[in-house]
Design a protein around this ligand. Structure first.
Ligand code: NAD
Length: 296
């Protein structure tokens, strides 16, 4: 395992590229536009600068890490030599299935194809390829360079050998890989998303305001951040889409997304990435409560 191709240079893709490159893998970072790639590299550079200033890595480590990353706007060019692909493109089933069809054509026959999807079944992704034994989930957590967990999702056909390779590789990155099976939400989101949804429902029912709900969970349950703030960081659109996948997958109303969450996504309030969610992240208003409409 030497050549790693990462698809998508967004929040997760640039963190995954950073992590592999820091551990001296040769990384091909692929996105649809040069602009997305430039933004991804700028984020990696900023994050490495922060690590240098905190004396976690040296200036030479930073240079070496950046030199290990090459960018591409074409999957065919960026994945043709891959030993492993980690797909971290937008959470959209059609986009991912199209990417895996193409990867199956252009990657070496022995390459392992993995997805960082939060919710799309690995077995469904594997089924569009001719190598379902070599398709697996590598669900990294945000921010990738810091968070230790990698949820390793075995599709219905994923082989033991491929699972072992990916588990060993994750350990080489200093991560703690944890094997789970391929059912909606896997483990992390199956437990996290109902909690976030219930926090939104609690707000919707006027039981308490945004800060009160988050304070109860932070100080009462020792969570490092409250569920509404966490939802803002994950992206409310991402939370909604994961809940919908679980609702459809289990046909169980307990996963039905709260109408307030649906409305906020419709209104473009997606959390940190749009500047506003349950909190206001514009200019100096960081972490200020969004006014009356959602919590009165
Ligand atoms: N954000 C999180 O906290 C988080 C955590 C775990 C897993 N995930 C999963 O990681 C994946 C990426 O999420 P994100 O938050 O980084 O999204 P993002 O929107 O920040 O980035 C997605 C990137 O994919 C690119 N892209 C879209 N179609 C592409 C294509 N055909 N080829 C190449 N690049 C393409 C986009 O241009 C964009 O740069 C999703 O599957 C998501 O569910 C996200």
């Amino acid at each position: 395992m030497k050549h790693i191709s990462i698809i998508g240079a967004g929040t997760m893709g640039n963190g995954i590229a950073h992590t592999f490159a820091q551990f001296d893998y040769k990384v091909s970072l692929i996105d649809v536009t040069k602009d997305s790639l430039d933004k991804g590299i700028a984020t990696i550079t900023r994050n490495l600068d922060r690590m240098v200033s905190k004396e976690k890595i040296s200036e030479d480590d930073k240079k070496r890490t950046l030199a290990n990353i090459t960018t591409f706007t074409s999957i065919a060019d960026g994945a043709k030599n891959a030993d492993l692909v980690v797909e971290a493109a937008t959470e959209n089933e059609k986009i991912k299935l199209d990417i895996f069809r193409e990867l199956d054509k252009v990657c070496p026959s022995e390459a392992i194809l993995s997805s960082n999807t939060s919710s799309i079944p690995i077995t469904k992704i594997a089924a569009v390829t001719n190598r379902p034994k070599q398709v697996i989930g590598m669900h990294f957590m945000n921010p990738v360079p810091i968070m230790k967990l990698v949820e390793i999702i075995r599709g219905y056909n994923t082989s033991d050998e491929v699972t072992k390779t990916v588990v060993d590789l994750s350990k080489n990155l200093g991560k703690v890989p944890t094997e789970v099976n391929d059912y909606p939400g896997f483990v992390a989101n199956r437990i996290l998303m109902p909690m976030i949804n219930e926090a939104v429902e609690t707000l919707y029912n006027n039981v308490a305001g945004v800060q009160e709900i988050d304070t109860v969970m932070k100080l009462g349950m020792a969570h490092p951040m409250g569920p509404l703030q966490l939802a803002d960081f994950i992206g409310l659109d991402v939370c909604l889409s994961i809940l919908e996948v679980m609702y459809d997958g289990f046909k169980n109303p307990k996963y039905a997304p709260c109408p307030l969450l649906v409305n906020m996504v419709r209104a473009g309030k997606l959390g940190v990435k749009s500047g506003e969610g349950f909190y206001d992240y514009r200019e100096n208003k960081k972490a200020e409560k969004v006014s009356s409409q959602f919590d009165s």
